[in-house]
Write a protein that binds this ligand. Structure first.
Ligand code: KG4
Ligand code: ZN
Length: 334
């Protein structure tokens, strides 16, 4: 079965072709992403209206490119999987309407996919994993822990009470006037800094050891920047200290969940999974307890359509399809 995946939930327009015969297994024939960072950079964050307008421009060429690099044509596609939420509703609608139009004209089944299910199943694009496994989804929009019990059975066991970790990276980079998106910049700068020079508070959510909170660290950095202590401090040291703090605040609940639910495999995914220090420290800390960390390649950690096709594959292979009147849902629960 050749599945065309389409993703447009935030600021990336993406299309992919996945060839699959068995649920959870498949060959990515192509995966292309049109990134809008240059458009939003001037605003220091995503402007929803600009994002949806640019999806309209990008969607046809991106699907065309995905088909070309997969060496196939529209007529070869057997089914379509498209993100229907959660995300920016204007952005979601572009991909969803496009997918509906294609499914109708090609007379092929279509399924609407929860973006988070895509992130959770992304590791299956490259690895054979046995379920259950634990997944830390950490991006600009999400920070949550899931136990993936089976296809279609995802149990959220921890979540952020306020901001997502990626959002904290982006906001702190903005406060420090480093540029956008901030995660990658802070990651690179931190390698030249010493995290021990500045001590920032580590937040824990009282009575909820599997939950996260990142609004406090943002305020702590803002307060530090305004204080006398900031005079003469190297930006690299502050970046390193902030990053180290966030990494520790991500690791503690993740390991606690792995112990509580007795899982030996931890999947790290979402844009922040690109963070070098997080990968290093989580891998080490998990190994110390006899657990392994699996992180998809960066191209499958950040938003992409191959993971959406993968998330659609198990339902499509069973012969399921969604009606063409499904709606985009900004807060679609998993
Ligand atoms: O998954 P993603 O591409 O989009 C969604 O938010 O859904 O994630 C983007 C987020 C941004 O907040 C970005 O700053 C962060 O991932 N990010 C990083 C790194 N690369 C991207 N954060 C920390 N370290 C990185 N190397
Ligand atoms: Zn995402």
């Amino acid at each position: 079965m050749l599945i065309l995946g389409i993703e447009s939930s935030c600021d990336d327009s993406a299309a992919a072709v996945l060839q699959t015969e068995h649920p959870g297994q498949g060959v990515v024939r192509s995966s292309v992403v049109a990134n809008q960072d240059d458009i939003h950079r001037a605003f220091g964050g995503i402007v929803p209206e600009l994002a949806s307008r640019n999806h309209v421009v990008a969607i046809t060429p991106i699907v065309q490119r995905a088909l070309e690099s997969a060496g196939c044509q529209l007529g070869d596609i057997d089914a379509i999987a498209v993100t229907r939420g959660p995300g920016l509703v204007g952005s979601l609608l572009v991909g969803l309407m496009y997918a509906k139009g294609l499914a109708h004209s090609l007379e092929v089944p279509m399924v609407g996919i929860n973006h988070l299910e895509g992130h959770l199943l992304a590791p299956l694009l490259e690895h054979r994993l046995t379920m259950p496994f634990l997944a830390l989804v950490v991006s600009g929009g999400h920070t949550a822990l899931f136990v993936v019990e089976d296809f279609g059975r995802y149990r959220e066991v921890g979540r952020t009470r306020d901001d997502a970790a990626g959002e904290a990276f982006d906001k702190v980079a903005k406060m420090m006037a480093l540029g956008y998106p901030g995660g990658k910049i802070i990651d690179e700068m931190s390698r030249r800094g010493n995290h021990k020079r500045i001590r920032l508070p580590r937040a824990r959510v009282k009575g909820a050891p599997l939950d996260f909170s990142f609004s406090g660290i943002k305020t702590a950095v803002a307060t530090f920047l305004r204080s006398e202590a900031a005079v003469g401090v190297a930006a690299e040291d502050l970046a390193a200290s902030f990053q180290e703090t966030v990494v520790e605040m991500l690791i503690r609940p993740t390991l606690a969940a792995a112990r509580q639910f007795n899982v030996s495999t931890i999947v790290l995914t979402g844009g922040v999974a690109a963070n070098t220090r997080l990968r290093e420290r989580l891998t080490q800390a998990a190994a110390d307890e006899g657990r392994r960390v699996v992180a998809p390649s960066l191209k499958y950690c950040t938003d992409n359509a191959a993971m959406i096709a993968m998330a659609g594959s198990w339902r499509l292979l069973r012969g399921e399809r969604d009606p063409l009147d499904i709606d985009a849902e900004a807060n679609l629960p998993l």
